[in-house]
Write a protein that binds this ligand. Structure first.
Ligand code: SF4
Length: 456
């Protein structure tokens, strides 16, 4: 499913696969769907599609509903639609569904319900694609209805079956294990990212660029409500980058009110996270943080506009680790103009961060240009050339590029992953960079005590 929907600039392949008989797994899914339809008798089904891999299953469900319950209306929304379907012109997806909403779902969904109840005309829909006269039309009545993050109620998890989540304990990466180990109550501390500057990130889109904050009081009230509803005290704050100031206020209030929860979140490795704050966060129940180190190169961190340097990342991650907070770094290779030497030096920094117990988990991603990022918008500023894919009316997000100044990035994937796999298991620190690659690579230019010196 992921392959069919990834970089699907054309709808052709998706339509072809939808014409095949459902697989055994899909049949099981459709049996569950049928049970729900009989139980709830909906007249609107809204499906969230967070990632490309979720699209096909959502379409299978829609196809089934349209075939067997043609009166039920179907709406799609979520991260995949928000990033990939903004330029939609292909009408064929509307054979399976009726609405596609963009960005925050509250007001589009409210308007769709009002429209279906005949309370408003179709032109009053907000941020919603519909099919009109056999054309895809974007309806967006202005001004939009704004539901500010601070005014949103606690998410309602009443109908989730709490005890049926699988625990993937055999996953090797510690952070991915935490992610998949049973069920976490999901909550957002803030909407969007307070930094919104990284040049590879979707900063032009609402989910990153539209930063909205709430108060610690409101967060704690939501936490209490969710604990009472679910009976579980584990929280994953699903922020793009949780702001340190509000995390501090939240931790103080949790401690003051003796609310005992376990929580983890995504942050930026910024200097506000000093020893004192990390200790406070740990005391309030913080067990893990994830953050972007991206390319461990000060030259490239500047180009990324990450707002951190290696020395700062070393200190901050060490502060977290000192108080037992597991720290995971998102790593990147293949950033525009990144040289072979910088890739090797970046790996050496990662080695030292593991060796000095600054981070306990990490994951390499190869850089991809996305259309909504500053790099995708101005590729020549970053010395790359966009060469595809040709847009054919459906999804548009990942772009192909040529990086004439950079190394041949893809050849490092295996070696980087092999080294990381060893470091994750606390071994291989004594091996040289060359030992991870089956072709000749340069020696690192970093002093083996580079990170130790930053921690003094
Ligand atoms: S990469 Fe993270 S920190 Fe940077 S702008 Fe995006 S969400 Fe914010």
């Amino acid at each position: 499913a992921e392959q069919i929907a990834t970089s699907a600039s054309s709808y052709d392949k998706i339509e072809e696969f939808l014409s095949y008989q459902p697989t055994i797994l899909e049949e099981e899914l459709l049996i569950l769907l049928e049970e729900k339809i009989i139980k709830f008798k909906p007249n609107l089904v809204a499906i969230t599609i967070p990632f490309p891999g979720n699209l096909f299953a959502a379409l299978r469900c829609s196809q089934y509903i349209k075939q067997h319950y043609s009166k039920i209306k179907i709406a799609f929304g979520g991260g995949y639609c928000n990033t990939e379907l903004r330029s939609l012109t292909d009408t064929r997806i509307f054979n399976q569904i009726d609405f596609i909403t963009l960005d925050d779902g509250e007001s589009p969904l409210l308007r769709i319900i009002q429209f279906l109840n005949k309370e408003i005309k179709i032109d009053k829909l907000e941020r919603t694609f519909v099919l009109e006269n056999n054309k895809v039309v974007y309806k967006n009545a202005l001004p939009n209805t704004i539901f500010h993050h601070k005014d949103l109620p606690a998410p309602n998890y009443k109908d989730l079956i709490q005890n049926k989540y699988l625990s993937f304990l055999d996953v090797m990466n510690p952070m991915h294990r935490l992610w998949s180990d049973g069920k976490w109550n999901k909550l957002t501390v803030s909407h969007g990212c307070y930094w919104k500057q990284c040049t590879f990130c979707d900063v032009t889109l609402d989910y990153v660029g539209n930063y909205q904050i709430t108060t610690a009081r409101k967060l704690v009230d939501k936490i209490k409500k969710i604990v009472a509803q679910t009976g579980t005290t584990g929280f994953h704050f699903v922020d793009e980058a949780a702001p340190p100031k509000i995390l501090k206020a939240l931790a103080e209030l949790l401690i003051a009110e003796k609310i005992f929860i376990t929580w983890w979140t995504n942050i930026r490795f910024e200097k506000t996270f000093d020893e004192e704050l990390c200790q406070l966060l740990a005391k309030s129940g913080c067990i893990a943080v994830t953050g972007g180190l991206e390319v461990a190169s000060d030259r490239l961190l500047k180009k990324i506009k990450k707002g951190v340097d290696i020395a700062q990342v070393a200190k901050v991650t060490h502060n977290f680790s000192k108080f037992g907070i597991m720290t995971h770094a998102y790593l990147m290779y293949g950033f525009p103009t990144q040289t072979e030497q910088e890739t090797i030096d970046s790996l050496e920094i990662v080695r030292q961060l593991f060796e000095n117990d600054c981070i306990q988990s990490a994951f390499w991603h190869q850089f991809t240009t996305t259309i909504h990022s500053p790099i995708g918008k101005n590729p020549s500023d970053f010395d790359i050339e966009i060469i595809g894919p040709k847009f054919e009316g459906f999804a548009q997000n990942d772009l192909y590029h040529v990086d004439k100044k950079g190394a041949e990035h893809h050849i490092y994937k295996e070696g980087l992953n092999l080294a990381l796999h060893n470091y994750l298991n606390g071994i291989g620190f004594e091996l040289s960079m060359q030992d991870w690659f089956n072709f000749k690579v340069p020696k690192t230019t970093h002093n083996p005590n580079y990170i130790v010196k930053q921690l003094l």
